[in-house]
Design a protein around this ligand. Sequence first.
Ligand code: ZN
Length: 313
Amino acid sequence: MVSAILLAIYFLSIGSHLLLWFVYVRQYRFASLIFDLLPFYPIFIFLYLIIQLVIFNPIGSSSNALLRLSGIVYYIIVMFQLVVFYNWARIYSIRNYELFLNDIRDHSNLRIMNWNEIDGDLSGNPELVTIIIRHDVDINPSRTKKMLELENSMNIDSCYFFRVKATTYKFDEILPLIENYRKSNEITFGFHYASVTNAGGSLEKAPSVFKQEVTEFREFYNIRFVAGHGDKNRNRRLITENLVNLEELNLVSAYDLYKTHYISEAGGLRKVSEQFGSTNINAQLNQIKHLDNGSVVQILIHPDWWFKHIWIR
Ligand SMILES: [Zn+2]
């Protein structure tokens, strides 16, 4: 009887870990709640370890060799998760992002470009390092709100790209955000299109879906910039394969803006950048101040992945 209960606890704890990963991988709207829990993960995992230790006692003697082995395997998985989550929590903190923004301000040769000044033929000021900040919003507008508040309080110029149809949030939910900041001179809004996905993967239907979504967005905000959402449907094909004529629609693709350097944390903890090598996102951002004047750096930050750190620095 006791062993049945222990076994149930064991599978429940493994199940909850798998569930968290599933939610994260599928990027459901509450995936960003998991990120909110990140600073507490070491505590959760520590508790799991204690439970497992009580149940399996892998160091001591256990009657069932198979259970003992699975207990050891589970320890290894949990320890691995501990390292991964610790790293994530340490790197992706809004505090780190704020430090980076402060750093830019302290360097007189670094200048953040306002999106309203940008046009298709942007080229860098030879006297300065020009920085363009872009945000793609994939999961949950609430985390975006935190980043918007931070940037607004610091008068930082950036552009937030929102989706019109997303599985994780409704366009209606972002309207109050746009309304709130539409008069701000610093904040601009763009369209994070996933029109191939929204057309059920059909490249034939995607262009009309794209145009309809642009119209929908423009009923509320006159967008000028678009950026494709990266998923299995590779939405960017709409533009790279010339399926929509952006010029006709008076739109500019963020990817096509002139740049000498590109920094993105889209790879999560895979810290690889063509230009900045294998370093984490914070180290990459820090390297900006060592670039030659005349450089133009586009930075892509997903607000969903950044949280207010509580105790990890
Ligand atoms: Zn995206």
